[in-house]
Ligand binder design. Structure first.
Ligand code: SAM
Length: 178
């Protein structure tokens, strides 16, 4: 898993510190190996980790009993409306095909609390070396997809930390509901 990163994503860590965010209901969407959910639980957040993969959720459940790990497809989600103060997507959105982007944004808008924050990390169009991997987004792409329903606080150029020798170029965006 090239995206496997045991520590909390450093861009998320920076935002949490900067904004003095220390508690609340956090969704780790597309949790995969559950590393981000686990780090967030260690920080004291009430964490739900969801993934399409039954196998991933079965494995993650064994790692930390504090976390509510659930099988859930974000494109047909059973998560309750306004049920999260914070949502992290580190690598799920960028694997979805473009016909799913609007439906994805609509669901995030529904499940996020009106005062909540959405943290999105995805591959960047500036990643030109890697010959495989997910879709690569530009800053205007993110503004087009999410700008209708979300205020985009910040989008920065960054990297996707994981197991590769050179970290792929990524974008990290912080958004709130309009
Ligand atoms: C690149 S991995 C990232 C895993 C994790 N977020 C991390 O940072 O280690 C993407 C994850 O998104 C999940 N995923 C893909 N499509 C999904 C969907 N429609 N709903 C929920 N999860 C999905 C995949 O099963 C996979 O575990």
């Amino acid at each position: 898993m090239p995206w496997y990163h045991e520590k909390l994503d450093s861009d998320l860590e920076h935002e949490l510190k900067q904004r003095k965010i220390t508690k609340g209901r956090f969704l780790d969407l597309g949790t995969g190996p559950g590393t981000q959910a686990i780090q967030l639980a260690k920080l004291g957040f009430t964490v739900t980790g969801t993934d399409l993969s039954v196998n991933a959720i079965q494995k993650a459940k064994k790692l930390d009993a504090r976390i509510n790990f659930l099988v859930d497809d974000i494109l047909d989600s059973k998560l309750e409306k306004n049920s999260f103060d914070y949502i992290l997507d580190r690598g799920c959105f960028h694997v979805l095909s473009n016909d799913k982007w609007d439906s994805y944004a609509k669901t995030i808008h529904e499940i996020l609390d009106k005062d909540g924050l959405f943290f999105l990390k995805c591959f960047s169009i500036k990643e030109e070396t890697l010959t495989y991997g997910p879709y690569r987004f530009s800053i205007p792409d993110i503004k087009n997809i999410f700008g209708k329903d979300f205020v985009i606080d910040t989008i920065i150029d960054t990297v996707y930390q994981g197991t590769l020798d050179r970290y792929p170029k990524a974008l990290f965006a912080v958004m709130r509901i309009k």
